[in-house]
Ligand binder design. Structure first.
Ligand SMILES: [Zn+2]
Ligand SMILES: [Zn+2]
Length: 131
């Protein structure tokens, strides 16, 4: 495993994360695999903003036996958390991680959550399309 050098790195591929902004929101993303790291409060606010029909107060944690990955910040293994069909990695202290691949899976699902998914799809454009 890549040693921790004081900068958050991607839990999936180890690339140092890059700070990014969209829609007045700051987050970090992986320049290599396009995963996204953000603080949980911000993530929940996003969900609430994009789907007012649902009351999103917390994520449901459920470690289903899938491989758990280290938090980009503290390196503790993150818990798996779920928002409907979307699987997240969650560090209770630092934030949530969304794989570009996980989002892609979610894009193939149908449901009331489509607006949020579209928003995240925009957020997760491949690095070649970043401005
Ligand atoms: Zn990565
Ligand atoms: Zn952490």
């Amino acid at each position: 495993m890549t040693p921790y050098r004081g900068h958050p790195s991607c839990p999936s591929c180890g690339t140092p994360l890059a700070a990014a902004k969209q829609g007045g929101m700051s987050f970090e993303r992986c320049p290599s695999c396009a995963g996204i790291w953000m603080i949980e409060r911000q993530f929940l606010e996003l969900l609430r903003a994009s789907d007012t029909a649902q009351h999103v107060d917390e994520l449901m944690e459920h470690n289903d036996g899938s491989k758990r990955r280290p938090c980009p910040v503290c390196r503790e293994l993150m818990n798996l958390a779920w928002k409907d069909f979307l699987k997240l990695d969650r560090c209770p202290s630092h934030g949530v991680w969304l794989d570009a691949g996980e989002l892609k899976e979610a894009l193939n699902s149908k449901g009331a959550w489509d607006s949020a998914v579209a928003w995240f799809a925009e957020l997760m454009k491949p690095p070649s399309q970043w401005e």
